[in-house]
Write a protein that binds this ligand. Structure first.
Ligand code: SF4
Ligand code: MSK
Length: 629
C-alpha cells in the first residue's frame, strides 16, 4: 500500500474519529503494525471457531462438529453441538466474570488495608457511601470510626466471594419481581467465586451436557458478576476515591502534550492509577520533569483505568482500546503504565519503535518486553513516584521530529454516577419517570463495551447513540463506548441539539448531555442500580421497564458476562458482533427467544447500528405498551 490516496482511504476506513484517522495514517505510512494489520493477517478466520462448534476441553479432542455435513455430529465423548456451543459460551463468560470480580476483590482488599492503616496514600473518601453500604450489610455504624466500619464492610464483601450464606447481599438491590424470577428459575447467585468454580466443573467432560441447564448457570454466574463482583468494585472504588460528580474534561489523542512528559494510564483498576495521579502532583516530580527539559507532567487515561480517573478527577482520556497503539505512534508518550485487562501483548513491540516505556505493575499481568514494577498497596505512593520518575527519565530520548499529535482535544462532560444522575434530577427519579410516562423520553438504553477492529473504530457506538437520542431515547454509557461518544462530541450538553424534541427539552432543562458517561466496565453495575431504583419506584421488575442494552463493538469475554447479566436482569440487549454460538440453532433460539419467557428480555445480534436502534426502539415501545404508557 504505497499510494498516498489509498493509505488515507484505509486510515479513514479504520476509524471514525479524525485524530484516530491521522494516527492510523502514520502507522500505515511508517509500517507500524496495529490490530487492524493483525486482523487482516488472520484472514480467513476459522469458520468452526466463529460458529463455536470446536471443543478442546479434553485430551480425546480437539473435536469439531461439522454443522453442514452428516459425518461428525458428536465429539469423541459424544457431546453434541448444543452441548459444545453452550459449554464454550459459559467458558468465555466465566473469564469475563472472573476479570471483573477479581478486580473487585483487589479493591476490597485495599479498602481493608486502608482501614487497618496498612495502605500508603489511601483513605476513605466517601464516608456517607461507606455508611449506606454498611447498613445494607447489617454492620453497626453508630459511634464507630470510618476505619472500623470499612474493615467490617470489607470482610463482609470478601465473604461474598466464597459465600457460605448462599446469597449475595447486593442482589437484594434488585426489585422484588426480578428476584422472584431468579428464585423461580433457580439462578439466584450464591457466591461470586462459587458460580465461576461450579461453571468450570460443569464444563468438564462428562458433567453438564444439557444446553439449557448450562445456559441457566451462565445467567447465574453473570448475575454474580453484575450484582456481585462488579458492583463491589464500583462501590468500594467510590468509597476509597469518591463517588463521581459531573465534571468537564477532554478526550482523544490530542490530549497528549508536545512539551510535557506524557504518561498514559491504561487498564482497568483505579488502585494504582489514583496513586500515580497523587504522585504526579508532587512538586518534586514537576521540578524533576523541568530539569529534564519538559514543561511538566501530562497524565492521560486510556480504556477503563482512564474512565475511572476521568469520572472522579477529570483526568483527560486519550482514547479507547483501539487507541493504545495509535497513542504510542504519536511518538510523544514517555510511558504507558498498565495494570490489567484489554492491554495488547504487542504494545512493547510498538513502543520499541519509539522511546516509550511500557511498565507493567500487576503480578497477574506481565508482558514480555515491558518493564515490570510490582505494585503493593503498602508502598503504592512510593512505587507511583518511581514510575513517574522513569517516565520523566525517558523524556530526553523523545525525538521531536517524530512527534505527531493529531489535532485538538474534544471537550466532554463525565461523572454521571447513579447518585449524580439522581441528584441532577432533584434527588428522585420522579422527573425522569414522569418524562418517560409523558412520552417526551421514550426510554433509556445502556450502550457499553469495547472496540473491535472488525467494525470501524467507534462507528457502531456513535451511530447507535445518535440514532437513539434522535428517537428521544436517553443513552447511558460506560467503557470504550463512552470514550467513543466523547470523541464525537456526544458527551456535551450541546449534543442535545441532535436529540429529538422531548429528550432535548429535558437535557436543556437539566444542563446535561443526551448521552451520559457512567464510568468503566465494572460501572455497568451503576446502570443496574439505576434500573432497580426506577423499577422500585414503579413497583415493577427491571424486565418491565422500557429500557435496553447494546454492545455494538464488543470483543471481550467481559462483554459476554455483562450482556448476560443485563438479559438475566430483564434488559433486552443487542450485540453488534455475533457471539460464537451460531453453530447451534437450539442455543441461538433459547438466547434470542426462549429466554423472553423467563426474564421478559433476550439477546439480538445486529451489526448495523441503525437497524440495532430500530430493534431497541421496537422493544422499548413493546414495554411501554405493556405498561400502558
Ligand atoms: Fe472432544 Fe468431548 Fe473432549 Fe470436547 S470434551 S474435546 S468434545 S472428547
Ligand atoms: S476497556 S472490556 S475494551 S469496554 Fe473496559 Fe474497553 Fe471493553 Fe476493555
Amino acid at each position: 500500500m504505497c499510494d498516498p490516496k489509498t493509505m488515507r482511504m484505509e486510515a479513514e476506513k479504520r476509524s471514525l474519529d479524525r485524530t484516530d484517522q491521522e494516527m492510523n495514517l502514520v502507522t500505515i505510512q511508517d509500517g507500524i503494525e496495529t490490530a487492524w494489520d493483525r486482523l487482516s493477517s488472520q484472514q480467513p478466520q476459522c469458520g468452526f471457531g466463529q460458529l463455536g462448534v470446536c471443543c478442546n476441553n479434553c485430551a480425546m479432542g480437539p473435536c469439531r462438529i461439522d454443522p453442514f455435513g452428516e459425518k461428525a455430529k458428536r465429539g469423541v465423548c459424544g457431546a453434541d453441538v448444543d452441548t459444545i456451543v453452550a459449554r464454550n459460551l459459559l467458558d468465555d463468560l466465566c473469564v469475563g466474570a472472573s476479570a471483573h470480580s477479581d478486580h473487585g476483590r483487589e479493591v476490597v482488599e485495599v479498602m481493608r488495608e486502608t482501614a487497618r492503616g496498612q495502605a500508603e496514600g489511601y483513605r476513605i473518601t466517601d464516608g456517607k457511601k461507606l455508611q449506606r453500604l454498611a447498613a445494607e450489610y447489617g454492620i453497626p455504624v453508630s459511634g464507630r470510626s470510618n476505619e472500623a466500619i470499612a474493615e467490617d464492610l470489607a470482610n463482609g464483601m470478601l465473604e461474598e466471594y466464597g459465600c457460605i450464606k448462599n446469597h449475595l447481599q447486593l442482589s437484594d438491590r434488585a426489585p422484588e419481581p426480578t428476584r422472584a424470577i431468579w428464585e423461580k428459575t433457580g439462578i439466584v447467585p450464591r457466591g461470586i467465586d462459587r458460580e465461576i468454580v461450579e461453571a468450570m466443573h460443569r464444563i468438564h467432560m462428562g458433567v453438564d451436557a444439557d444446553y439449557v441447564n448450562i445456559l441457566l448457570h451462565a445467567m447465574r454466574t453473570a448475575l454474580g458478576d453484575g450484582w456481585g463482583g462488579s458492583m463491589i468494585a464500583t462501590e468500594c472504588s467510590d468509597i476509597l476515591f469518591g463517588t463521581p460528580k459531573p465534571l468537564s474534561s477532554e478526550v482523544n489523542l490530542g490530549t497528549l502534550s508536545t512539551d510535557k512528559v506524557n504518561v498514559v494510564l491504561h487498564g482497568h483498576n483505579p488502585l494504582l492509577s489514583e496513586m500515580i495521579v497523587a504522585a504526579a502532583e508532587d512538586p518534586g516530580m514537576k521540578q524533576y520533569a523541568e530539569k529534564k527539559g519538559a514543561k511538566g507532567i501530562n497524565l492521560v487515561g486510556m480504556c477503563c483505568t482512564g474512565n475511572e480517573l476521568l469520572m472522579r478527577s477529570g483526568v483527560p482520556i486519550a482514547g479507547n482500546v483501539l487507541d493504545q497503539e495509535l497513542a504510542i505512534a504519536t511518538g510523544a508518550v514517555e510511558a504507558m503504565i498498565v495494570d490489567y485487562q484489554c492491554i495488547y501483548p504487542s504494545i512493547p513491540a510498538t513502543a520499541a519503535c519509539y522511546h516509550t516505556r511500557v511498565i507493567t505493575t500487576s503480578r497477574k499481568a506481565k508482558i514480555p518486553g515491558a518493564e515490570y514494577m510490582e505494585f503493593h498497596p503498602k508502598t503504592a505512593l512510593a512505587t507511583a513516584k518511581e514510575i513517574i520518575k522513569r517516565a520523566i527519565d525517558a523524556y530526553p530520548d523523545r525525538d521531536p521530529n517524530r512527534v505527531r499529535i493529531p489535532g485538538k482535544p474534544m471537550k466532554l462532560m463525565a461523572g454521571f454516577s447513579e447518585e449524580a444522575i439522581c441528584s441532577a434530577l432533584g434527588g428522585t427519579y420522579k422527573p425522569l419517570i414522569d418524562a418517560i410516562v409523558a412520552g417526551s423520553i421514550r426510554g433509556a438504553v445502556g450502550v457499553v463495551g469495547c472496540n473491535n477492529p472488525k467494525i470501524r473504530h467507534d462507528y457502531g457506538h456513535v451511530t447507535l447513540a445518535q440514532e437513539l437520542i434522535k428517537r428521544n431515547i436517553l443513552v447511558v454509557e460506560t467503557g470504550c463506548a463512552a470514550i467513543a461518544c466523547g470523541k464525537a462530541g456526544l458527551l456535551l450538553p450541546e449534543a442535545a441539539d441532535q436529540a429529538g424534541e422531548g429528550l432535548k427539552g429535558v437535557c436543556n432543562l437539566l444542563g446535561i448531555p443526551p448521552v451520559l458517561h457512567m464510568g468503566s466496565c465494572v460501572d455497568n453495575s451503576r446502570i443496574l442500580v439505576m434500573a432497580a431504583k426506577i423499577a422500585n419506584e414503579l413497583g415493577v421488575g427491571i424486565g418491565d421497564l422500557p429500557i435496553g442494552g447494546a454492545a455494538p463493538e464488543w470483543y471481550s469475554q467481559k462483554a459476554i458476562s455483562i450482556g448476560t447479566y443485563f438479559v438475566a436482569s430483564g434488559v433486552y440487549t443487542v450485540l453488534g458482533i455475533p457471539p460464537k454460538i451460531f453453530g447451534s440453532q437450539n442455543v441461538l433460539t433459547l438466547l434470542a427467544d426462549g429466554v423472553k419467557g423467563i426474564t421478559n428480555s433476550s439477546f439480538a445480534v445486529e451489526p448495523d447500528p441503525v437497524k440495532a436502534a430500530d430493534l431497541l426502539e421496537a422493544e422499548i415501545e413493546r414495554k411501554r405498551t405493556a405498561l400502558k404508557i
